[in-house]
Design a protein around this ligand. Sequence first.
Ligand SMILES: Nc1ncnc2c1ncn2[C@@H]1O[C@H](COP(=O)(O)OP(=O)(O)O)[C@@H](O)[C@H]1O
Ligand SMILES: CC(=O)N[C@@H](CCC(=O)OP(=O)(O)O)C(=O)O
Length: 294
Amino acid sequence: MALSSKEAMNVAHVLTEALPYIQRFRRKTVVVKYGGNAMTDEALQSSFARDVVLMKLVGIDPVIVHGGGPQIGQMLDKLGKKTEFIDGMRVTDAETMDVVEMVLVGLVNKRIVNLINQHGGRAVGLSGKDGGMIRARPLADAQGQAKTELGLVGEVASIDPGVVSRLDTGGFIPVIAPVGVDDQGRAYNINADLVAGKIAGVLEAEKLMLLTNTAGVLDKQGELLTGLSAQRVQDLIADGTISGGMLPKIQCALDAVSSGVRAAHIVDGRVQHACLLELFTDEGVGTLINGPRR
Ligand SMILES: Nc1ncnc2c1ncn2[C@@H]1O[C@H](COP(=O)(O)OP(=O)(O)O)[C@@H](O)[C@H]1O
Ligand SMILES: CC(=O)N[C@@H](CCC(=O)OP(=O)(O)O)C(=O)O
């Protein structure tokens, strides 16, 4: 059926609004952290996969880092194993680590790869072990002391971006599970936000987008905070407004912008086509944490 002239104008308006953004982001890397809480609904998963394929087709290099916290939780539940979080990090003993790796690398990673490929992309799944990409060490506190109470929870010691760069230039879309490995070959469970932030920094990404299950960072009254400076973030952590799973997210956004990523956005993954709306519209969505280069 033909479009009415009003509908046709709307389509033309949307396409022309997108044009400067498509030009600006061409050949630039955009790292998308796809949170486990944002991947629960089938229609949303498809809209995410379509967004990623479209980004690649218009010349952007999307790099996907995924979580899977709720999916790990469900599997541990089925196995009758209790799990506990401290400041947004899952306490990980050796048995839990096996489940984390099975769920993230075996299940969630391949689901995302398959979904992107079903929508016409060419995705390749990796964990931090592949190509020696993510070197890990035990997560440390602000004083550099290992948080031994967390067990095999890691942080990124270094990233070798070689495999990701080669996939990008070969027309593939890298999909990365947040498991790292130390010098002895021991696997570590790393919060996916932290991996996404570091990868964005190493790749000198134009943007880091963190898809989650809230509208963005909310204040105490539940109102969306559309833009945040590093100082404001520290105040919001100190007064308890930012807590739990939002802590590693905001920390990684700050790290990314301080290491040269132009902007980090915390975006509502429950909204269809959240990635495209953020990238290609004047309004954008969610909470923006600006880098010094902007
Ligand atoms: N100030 C805040 N604004 C928004 N969410 C917050 C805030 N403080 C804590 N949170 C919590 O952080 C959660 C997002 O983190 P998390 O559950 O780990 O998501 P993901 O699986 O996407 O990484 C929100 O659902 C919310 O419960
Ligand atoms: C150390 C730690 O907590 N690791 C996370 C890894 C997955 C993750 O980050 O998943 P989301 O992004 O969906 O929260 C976990 O075990 O749940």
